[in-house]
Design a protein. Structure first.
Length: 469
């Protein structure tokens, strides 16, 4: 990481004085020590809550809408402000703010998690059970952040090459190298495996914090990316056995009231927080940045698929079709806070798709088992659906990839799915008119890897830039 004192970033931004997760303002900020910040295990837990704020302030934006904006799920309306335009057009450079933010905010969360892990051990004798829970959650946050960094800045697991710099200590000024992709995944999986064991001993049931099943859902996702398909099946099955799939009748609750049987973990937003929906949703009086592409819309059975009416709507006061997932919570059928809604970090429907894909990519593929999972999901989305019979692995893999688009759009998956499936980006006839170069990205392009921020390269002579920058 950069040659700065992360005590300021990691300790001072943690709330350690109360039960909520707001920040504290202590002076002088450059001399506060951990011995002053943490006086009890309760203070450490409050610090953990502060670490979760990074998910709310940065993660949900970077890992909900941005992967769809970079892929083929969005297009520019005439009125756009151009937010994330460079990411959409793949013209990002090492000095760009969004790319730098992806890097720095992810390492900020890692640093915060490391502070918690280190200070926690001082107070473990006071409450070993609570200490286990705090450690489990902090490890999960660290593993999540290293994983997200790897998805943006490194190549697929099968390709190998350089991963990211793994940071396991806080408040240490170092000049780390980039680990291999393999070693990066080894560390991610080690953190998450230990976290799962610790959280199996108890969790407070708060949907905004990591629980055992939240970590298990993440392990299934990471295992799929790491191409450990048997592990992905095992973890996804655990989650599927614990959570019923969200039915057609209750599906809309996931997006309007932050409840739903399939929801495993959410990034929780309150009225005092900045909303996340403004990038994709706007009332008539708002400036609209992006709207769903015609290619995405064309995938749905608009009459019978419950997702179409839930995910999309005609813009109030206009004719343009816009994303509706982030329109806001409803009370009595009325949106009370436009664009304010929780972000679904993990839900069981993704696990069905993970397991289906893993069944096809494992050493001994099972079209039967993969078909069962895909058909089970479709049956709860499409009125009158009849199970489809698939003859071969290739056809079924294509169907799963499309189903991931229909089920998980604007939840942080599309760019990475294109990358995993080794697919080019081919935007449709409604591709923006800023130039043909923005309408297609070949699988061989170096733009699939985001550039390491220039400031990081200046600060760390051991850091290696991705090709092409």
């Amino acid at each position: 990481m950069k040659k700065i004192n992360y005590l300021i970033i990691a300790i001072l931004l943690l709330n350690v004085t109360g039960c909520d997760d707001s920040f504290i303002d202590l002076e002088p900020t450059n001399v506060l020590g951990a011995d002053l910040a943490f006086q009890s295990i309760e203070d450490v837990e409050a610090g953990l809550l502060g670490a979760y704020t990074t998910l709310r302030t940065t993660h949900a934006r970077n890992f909900s809408m941005l992967p769809d904006i970079m892929g083929d799920h969005t297009t520019l309306p005439d009125e756009t402000l151009g937010n994330e335009r460079f990411m959409h057009a793949w013209t990002y450079q090492a000095g760009d703010g969004t790319a730098a933010g992806l890097w720095s905010n992810s390492y900020l969360l890692i640093e915060r998690a490391n502070v918690i892990l280190e200070e926690l051990e001082i107070f473990r004798p006071d409450d070993a059970s609570l200490a286990d829970q705090i450690r489990g959650e902090a490890l999960a946050l660290r593993g999540l952040s290293h994983f997200d960094l790897t998805r943006y800045f490194s190549d697929n697991y099968s390709v190998g090459g350089l991963g990211v710099a793994v940071k396991l200590k806080s408040r240490v000024i170092t000049e780390p190298i980039r680990e291999s992709v393999t070693d990066t995944y080894v560390q991610i999986l080690a953190d998450l495996t230990e976290a799962k064991t610790l959280l199996a001993r108890g969790s407070d049931g708060n949907i905004g914090r990591f629980s055992e099943m939240g970590v298990t859902a993440l392990l299934a996702r990471v295992s799929l990316y790491a191409e450990d398909y048997e592990a992905a099946i095992t973890y996804a099955t655990e989650v599927i056995d614990a959570y019923p799939i969200t039915t057609r009748e209750t599906f809309d609750n996931l997006w309007r009231s932050d409840i739903g049987t399939g929801s495993i973990m959410q990034v929780v937003y309150t009225a005092s927080d900045a909303t996340i929906g403004g990038v994709l949703y706007g009332e008539e009086s708002d400036q609209l940045n992006w709207h769903p592409s015609e290619e995405l819309i064309s995938l749905y059975d608009q009459l019978n698929d419950v997702r179409f009416a839930s995910y999309f709507r005609t813009r109030p006061g206009g004719t343009i079709l816009i994303d509706n997932k982030y329109s806001g919570r409803e009370v009595g059928g009325t949106v009370t806070n436009p664009q304010l809604v929780n972000f679904q970090m993990f839900r069981v429907e993704e696990q069905y798709l993970i397991r289906a894909e893993a069944h096809l990519l494992k050493a001994s593929p099972s079209v039967v088992n993969a078909s069962l999972d895909l058909n089970a999901l479709r049956a709860e989305r499409i009125t009158g659906y009849a199970d489809e019979v698939f003859a071969d692995v290739s056809t079924l893999l294509d169907a799963i990839a499309i189903e991931r688009q229909k089920e998980l759009c604007f939840e942080g998956h599309r760019w990475f799915d294109l990358k995993r499936f080794d697919l080019s980006v081919t935007r449709g006839t409604d591709c923006d008119d800023s130039g043909a170069a923005n309408c297609a990205l070949d699988v061989a392009s170096e733009k699939w890897l985001i550039p390491i921020p220039q400031n990081e390269l200046f600060a760390n002579p051991n850091m290696v830039q991705n090709n092409g920058y």
